[in-house]
Ligand binder design. Sequence first.
Ligand SMILES: [Fe+2]
Length: 461
Amino acid sequence: MTDHPTLDRSPFLQGPYAPVTEEITAFDLPVTGTLPAELDGRYLRNGPNPLGLDDPGSHWFLGAGMVHGVRLRNGRAEWYRNRWVRSRHVAEALGEKWPGGPVHAGMDFAANTHVIAHGGRTLATVEAGALPYELTEELDTVGPCDFDGTLPGGYAAHTKLDRRTRELHAVAYFWAWDHVQHVVVGPDVQVSGTADVPVADGPMMHDFALTERYVVLLDLPVTFSMAAAAAGAQLPYTWNPSHQPRIGLLPRNGTTRVVRWFEVDPCWVFHTLNAYDDGDRVVVDVCRYEGSYDLSALIGKGPLTLDRWTVDPTTGTVNQQRLDDRPQEFPRVDERVLSRPHRYGYSAVTGEVSHATVQMDGTFQDAAFADALLKHDLATGTVETHRFPGDAAVGEAVFAPSASDGAEDDGYVMAFVHDPERGAADLVILSAQDFTSAPVARVHLPKRVPLGFHGSWIADQ
Ligand SMILES: [Fe+2]
């Protein structure tokens, strides 16, 4: 019998994680403050929302995806909607007919991790072998998406859009593959190219980074474990001390797309903030869990910090610099600078998530368990903190520009934040350049939004 740690699941079905039980459509939402008239579009966010509480064995990451969205137009909050993603299982559980469509390797899943738009399509995304699901503008499920048959395998939760080429990059992994797959989807929403990169042990690659020259791969020692799977782990990716942690630079272009690998110290990274080329070197900013991480049980000792890796191909080394020692996650940039040098970054300190995913050995300060959004100025090394009251359960913040051709950081930072007094969520909109002041607007939603994962501001074209 494998001595495998079990996940204490109860936190992920309670409190700020507790799933909601209804799909709601609400119009003309009340707003405190003034909604910026230039915010014309949809803020969408995905996250797990189990259909019921009768499956206490569920890992946080395995609940059926539910997308929450708010439509802003002309200074008004036109609507709020929340919709489950209709996989076959979800559709049948809701007494509906599954719309049908392609399935990779038998892994139909209600994509629960991210929601993006590309080429006019809205996609809920997930990783580890399953396909995205396409949604309508109003979050109804169209069906699974394999980019009109052009995607050879599964897809990925995290994607990076190069705004100049309009190419959407992703790195797909699947436990049964002996490689990971870089996938480029063109502006026509068809796969325009793939590159298979051999890897050992079936590593989880939740996120990656993009520069103008490279796809930056994170081959870290959280790998598929048959033993954990046999022991009943629902998400059997565990710490594998024999797997050398390394960063890979895969050239984006050229006929021989050979990865060059660079060793790093043992760590785990869910998310990158951004990356860019700096002369011959490559700068990669990440939220990094030091030491080992067992993803099947969400156990790591940390510390969890914002770090900068500078990869130097000339010397073959990686320099590591600590940017901020507060435990933070969900790092995001102004996506107009993605793959190019960024000055600013936004991230979230969510006490409940820090508690649940990092078991620090007494070095966590109380402030770490607060709820706050952080704005990093990486040119000056300063951080601004927008604090929320206890129990606010602030989630990932997304940047929305004031104008498409404006400067980096000229815009707004928005996130779902729980309002304990109302027992419901607000869409909180901060001015990025007046970050610590009161929000410019709070859109009051009719219900809670459980703590979830990632989202996008999708401006109208
Ligand atoms: Fe993620």
